[in-house]
Design a protein around this ligand. Structure first.
Ligand code: GN1
Ligand code: CA
Length: 126
């Protein structure tokens, strides 16, 4: 079972080793009745890392639920919530002007800002 209960909320994750843009990833999760994963705690982050370690991925990154990294408007999840927890790779985010979406790297679970048109795998919270 790919679910974690964190505080009062329950999260069930679906991981896809595919190659799609952020928007297509978001649509895929909606089609499955969920959203791209919004990671709000180290417990959720560690749980996702453990799921990733159980399999292999061709994708270097998996889309998570933010397409809102902007120098002026700031950083937020797609639902408008501010980041309460972050796991940026060292030196990231490094280009909020061009790189407005967030990927979770499959090699170590760290986050990177990247162009939204990149092709990545997907982490849905369904
Ligand atoms: C990648 O390919 P490069 O080095 O220009 C990445 C950036 C990271 C950077 C870290 C499309 O950029 O988001 O910040 O590595 N871009 C892509 O060194 O993967
Ligand atoms: Ca980056």
């Amino acid at each position: 079972e790919s679910c974690i209960t964190d505080g009062t909320s329950r999260h069930c994750y679906e991981l896809f080793d595919t190659e799609v843009t952020w928007k297509k990833a978001s649509d895929l999760c909606k089609h499955d009745g969920g959203t791209l994963a919004i990671i709000e705690s180290i417990e959720q982050q560690t749980f996702i890392e453990d799921l990733i370690k159980k399999r292999t991925f061709n994708s270097s990154g998996l889309w998570i639920g933010s397409d809102k990294l902007h120098p002026e408007e700031g950083r937020a999840w797609a639902n408008g919530e501010r980041f309460s927890y972050v796991n940026w790779a060292p030196g990231e985010p490094n280009s909020m002007i061009n790189e407005n979406c967030v990927e979770l790297r499959t090699n170590n679970g760290t986050w990177n800002d990247v162009v939204c048109r990149k092709n990545n795998g997907v982490i849905c919270d369904v």
